[in-house]
Design a protein around this ligand. Structure first.
Ligand code: PLP
Length: 355
């Protein structure tokens, strides 16, 4: 038997979640597949969405070229734009769309040696204070770019810092600042990530940018009526079992001592697979569908679980690390992070696609 750790990717659920994003947003929606589609496999996910998506978003030109080479002909937006001027020729060659987030890029695109004009999404900093032009300088820049022969089309975009926080006033403030900056310019607009699509209808504009919700991730701090389905099931098996008396240590650093006579299952999954090492004892797993807990430290290739209340479990029993029945956000919370990071960190597991 080869090592059993498998991430099963449910492409039907991915399509369902994309169509949910489209329906909730009401306009066109880019499927964000950066970071290898949040660990789900960018080329396979993009191909599975190609007949229903309006386009894709990635972080780097390498990610975009990978999609073109996988046969994707839909629009692909570089969400961070370009880093060096010579990428503009590649942007033209691969027919990519690019973000523009800083004044230095305005000069570079005007000076670019390209012979076909580009579609450019100009980012406005409406309050996140990471990338984007100041709202006050945006109208002049938009007019200057609109007049440039290097530009085919401009879209105005912004990004929310706190769209997941349903009780915060930060998102309505960002929406207001953005609307003031674009007023009267007649540009297409794009404001919402997953949190915006799910929770902030005033932020919908012409284009949504759905990322984590496509993968069934937790895009807001409360579960809402229309909630995406989990896409990835991370499953492994028990590879060894031992019976320990009360008071025995388990694993590196003896960080856990059995509180009672304990059956311990060793599971083929560790931090080299992307499972977070920092999780404490008690972090949930599903043993044959039944909730149990990790005991002892997660090691590189293995982790240990409590089988005391799972009498039927033994070598070969299925263990789910996250997926249907155990949201990755629960594991993420135990690790002090978010499911986005849990998904992106996945590696070494076999990827198995269900059409
Ligand atoms: C990653 C990203 C998104 C997607 O965000 P989610 O919260 O995963 O939906 C949208 N817009 C931009 C600019 C991004 O970088």
């Amino acid at each position: 038997m080869s090592r059993p750790l498998t991430a099963t990717i449910d492409l039907k659920a991915l399509r369902h979640n994309y169509l949910l994003a489209k329906r909730l947003h009401g306009g066109r929606v880019l499927a964000i597949v950066k970071a290898n589609a949040y660990g789900h496999g960018a080329a396979r996910c993009a191909r599975a969405l190609a007949d229903i998506a309006d386009g894709f978003g990635v972080a780097t030109i390498e990610e975009a070229i990978q999609l073109r080479e996988a046969g994707i002909t839909l629009p692909i937006l570089l969400l961070e734009g370009w880093f060096e001027a010579q990428e503009l020729a590649q942007i033209q060659h691969y027919q990519l769309w690019t973000a523009l987030h800083s004044a230095w890029q305005v000069d570079e695109i005007e000076a670019a040696e390209i012979n076909a004009p580009l579609t450019v999404w100009v980012k406005i900093d409406s309050g996140m204070h990471r990338l984007g032009l100041h709202p006050d300088e945006f109208p002049a820049v938009a007019q200057r770019l609109s007049a440039s022969p290097k530009i085919a089309k401009l879209v105005a975009m912004t990004h929310f810092a706190r769209a997941d926080e349903l009780d915060s006033q930060a998102t309505p403030q960002q929406i207001d600042r953005f609307q003031q900056a674009v007023a009267g310019l007649g540009l297409e607009t794009s404001l919402s990530n997953s949190g915006g699509i799910l929770a902030w209808p005033k932020a919908h504009g012409d284009w949504g940018r759905a990322g984590v919700m496509l993968y069934g991730g937790a895009a807001t701090d409360r579960v809402l009526a229309n909630w995406p389905k989990p896409v990835m099931q991370l499953d492994s098996r028990i590879m060894a079992v031992r019976e320990l008396a009360a008071g025995e240590p388990i694993g590196y650093g003896a960080r856990f001592h059995t509180e009672r006579p304990t059956r311990v299952g060793v599971v083929a999954c560790g931090y080299a697979d992307g499972y977070p090492r920092v999780v404490p004892a008690g972090t949930p797993v599903l043993v044959n569908g039944q909730r149990s807990r990790i005991i002892g430290r997660v090691s590189m290739d293995m982790l240990t679980v409590d089988l005391s209340d799972c009498p039927g479990a033994g070598v070969g029993t299925a263990v789910r690390l996250w997926g249907e029945g155990l949201p990755a956000s629960e594991v993420a919370a135990a690790a002090g992070t978010i499911d986005y990071e849990i998904f992106c960190n996945l590696k070494r597991a076999r990827l198995n696609y269900l059409d």
